[in-house]
Structures are given as structure tokens and as C-alpha cells.
Design a protein around this ligand. Structure first.
Ligand SMILES: Nc1ncnc2c1ncn2[C@@H]1O[C@H](COP(=O)(O)OP(=O)(O)O)[C@@H](O)[C@H]1O
Ligand SMILES: [Mg+2]
Length: 336
């Protein structure tokens, strides 16, 4: 189990009882005297990995309570929504190898709104990106991006339902990012006006309205995909799953690659071969690969910009780097 070992769960802790129940019922593991080691994992929620010492069984618990403070109803609603999202996607046969949406195991509102999840052993995309930037292991990252493109194209293509995308939803999303950036003082009125105007140009382009809605992962960042052997991919963190334009996910992956290279090498263009590879691999899951690639590439700048702006608003981003992200987003939005 990755993460920082924080100790054994006390037998007198309510969590111990919860873990015993999850182990016995959904997981079917029967131990007379189970003992659980706990590991703190990183995430915006409090996420822990647990390992039962005798059977070596692993599971993940995500606590929604701390993030929402006293608003227990909102925490419970968010956890229930994530639980339901795993169930929804798993119904599209995204179970097993190579494409696996992890299985939700249990929920308990009274233990800090904890959601228990199946453990998926594998490498995070963020680790593969770091290896490429730090050690020059680019072949490995290309391979992981092939696997991720296959996973996302499969999820998207299986969940098309004939409803047209609504680009106004993605314009509103951009507007929310601008408002936050403005409120935290990362952009001024001049930037806001310019970015809004650029966004308006995209809304006038018919291509932004022509695709059909799919189920989106909704937060396709490098910490939310795990990779096993071959082309195996495990999808986690479906808290923000929603219906929408596939480009929302595709653009987030591309935008995150650009952000990683901007941060790691100060050169956004070093991400280009990886972005191009990812798009080309994603496109091969369509009957006409060239047409799919052209269509995706022409819509991509908007969605990449959206992601860079989303990253720029975070307080862990230094101010000068935040400014570079905003400048890069503008450059992307200026594409015609
Ligand atoms: N099912 C899982 N199997 C293995 N690791 C997991 C699993 N779920 C979460 N993790 C690890 O915990 C981290 C945070 O979990 P995540 O669900 O993404 O929470 P957050 O909403 O806080 O980002 C992930 O980036 C991953 O490293
Ligand atoms: Mg996450």
C-alpha cells in the first residue's frame, strides 16, 4: 500500500467495526480477529488505505465529512453521488481487464461520511509523468497515454445517447473559473473581459455544438487514473462525473500534460508530442481516425485553456506561475 503508515485501527474505534463488516460482506473475507493497518493517502478529501494484516486484503476509505465541516447533509450527498457514479459506469461493462471502474463497497454517514472502495493496485498517471520529466522515461509515458486514451474513448463511446452537447455548460464552467480567479486576485477586470470575449468567439463556432453527450469522468487529472500491466486502467474519483462533451475529459488530460511540463521544464511545448500522441490514440477508436483527430484537435484549445485556468486558481500555485498559466490559456483561446 502506498501512502504514509499512521498506525493500527484500534479495536475500540467505530472504524474497526465498519472495516470488519465491509471485509465480511461485500468482500467475502472472513477473519476471526482482523487487524487493520492504516495509511494516509494524498487527496483533497481525507483518503486512507487499509490493509488487513492476516489476509492481506486492501481497501480504500474516503471521508467526506472533514471537507464539508458541519454540513453533514452535503457531505453525505456528495459521497452518495460518487457511490452512484461508480455503479452507473460499471453498468457499461467497464469492469475487469483492461478497463476497470472500481467497485464501491459501503457508506456510513455516522463515521464522518466514509465511503469504502475497492483497492486498485497500480501506477498513477502523475507518477508516469514525473518519470518522463525527471528521468526522461518518455516511452513509458507514451505507453500509459495509449492505455488512457483507449480507456477514455471506450467510456465515452459506450455512453453516447444521441443528445447534443450543450456548449453553454462549458461556457458557464469557464465563467465560474474566471469569477474565482478574480475573487482571489489572480486576474483583474481587463483579463476577465478579454477571456470572456475570447470565450464568446468559441461559442459562435458551430463545431463546439456538434458532438453528442457522453458520461464524462469529470475530473480526468493524473491522480485519478491507475495503471496496471499491459493496457489495464483503473478509474477512481468519480465525484464530479457528469454528462457532457467528451472534450471536457480529453482537454483536461491534455491541459494537465501541458501544466506538468510548464511547471517541470518551463517549456509548454515539450508536452506537445505527448498531447499529440494521446489525441491520435484516442482517435483510433473511431471509424474514421483522421476525421476524429481533426475534429478533436480543433476543439481542444478551448478545453485545455479551461483546465489551465482551473489550475491557476489554486492557492498552492505560486503567483508568478499562476500568471503564466493565465497567459498560456489566453494564447490557447486565441486559436481560431
Ligand atoms: N480505489 C483506489 N485504489 C488505489 N488507490 C486509490 C483508490 N482510490 C484512491 N486512491 C489513492 O488516493 C488518492 C486520493 O483519492 P481520490 O479518490 O482521488 O480522492 P480526492 O477526491 O481527494 O482526490 C488517489 O490519487 C490515489 O492515489
Ligand atoms: Mg482525486
Amino acid at each position: 500500500m502506498d501512502g504514509r503508515f499512521v498506525g493500527y485501527v484500534s479495536r475500540h474505534d467505530r472504524m474497526h467495526g465498519f472495516l470488519c463488516r465491509v471485509l465480511a460482506e461485500p468482500m467475502g473475507v472472513h477473519q476471526a480477529h482482523p487487524a487493520f493497518r492504516a495509511f494516509r493517502l494524498s487527496g483533497s478529501n481525507e483518503v486512507y488505505g487499509y490493509e488487513e494484516k492476516f489476509s492481506d486484503t486492501k481497501l480504500i476509505c474516503k471521508f467526506f465529512g472533514p471537507r464539508f465541516g458541519r454540513d453533514r447533509d452535503r457531505a453525505a450527498w456528495t459521497a452518495a453521488r460518487e457511490y452512484g457514479s461508480y455503479q452507473t459506469l460499471r453498468r457499461y461493462a467497464l469492469v475487469g481487464s483492461p478497463h476497470h471502474v472500481i467497485r464501491p463497497l459501503a457508506f456510513d454517514r455516522d463515521i464522518n461520511c466514509v465511503l469504502a472502495l475497492e483497492y486498485y493496485g497500480g501506477e498513477l498517471l502523475s507518477d508516469a509523468i514525473s518519470r518522463a520529466i525527471r528521468d526522461g522515461d518518455t516511452g513509458h509515458l507514451f505507453w500509459r497515454l495509449t492505455a488512457l486514451a483507449y480507456y477514455l474513448a471506450t467510456q465515452h463511446n459506450r455512453t453516447v445517447d444521441g443528445t447534443a452537447v450543450d456548449f453553454t455548460a462549458d461556457c458557464s464552467y469557464l465563467d465560474v473559473q474566471l469569477r474565482i480567479l478574480r475573487d482571489v486576485g489572480r486576474i483583474g477586470q481587463w483579463d476577465t473581459d478579454e477571456l470572456r470575449w475570447l470565450c464568446g468567439l468559441w461559442a459562435d463556432r458551430p463545431r463546439m455544438w456538434e458532438d453528442q453527450q457522453v458520461w464524462l469522468h469529470g475530473d480526468a487529472t493524473p491522480a485519478n487514473f491507475l495503471f496496471g500491466g499491459g493496457l489495464d486502467v483503473g478509474a477512481i474519483d468519480l465525484e464530479r462525473m457528469k454528462r457532457g462533451d467528451r472534450m471536457f475529459d480529453v482537454g483536461r488530460v491534455a491541459g494537465e500534460l501541458q501544466h506538468a511540463y510548464m511547471q517541470g521544464t518551463h517549456d509548454p511545448y515539450r508536452a506537445e508530442p505527448f498531447i499529440g500522441h494521446f489525441l491520435w490514440e484516442y482517435s483510433c477508436h473511431f471509424p474514421d481516425r483522421d476525421a476524429a483527430f481533426a475534429s478533436i484537435s480543433r476543439r481542444l484549445p478551448y478545453y485545455m485553456a479551461l483546465n489551465l485556468l482551473r489550475v491557476a486558481r489554486n492557492d498552492y500555485i505560486p503567483r508568478d506561475y499562476g500568471g503564466r498559466l493565465v497567459a498560456q490559456a489566453k494564447e490557447l483561446l486565441r486559436a481560431s
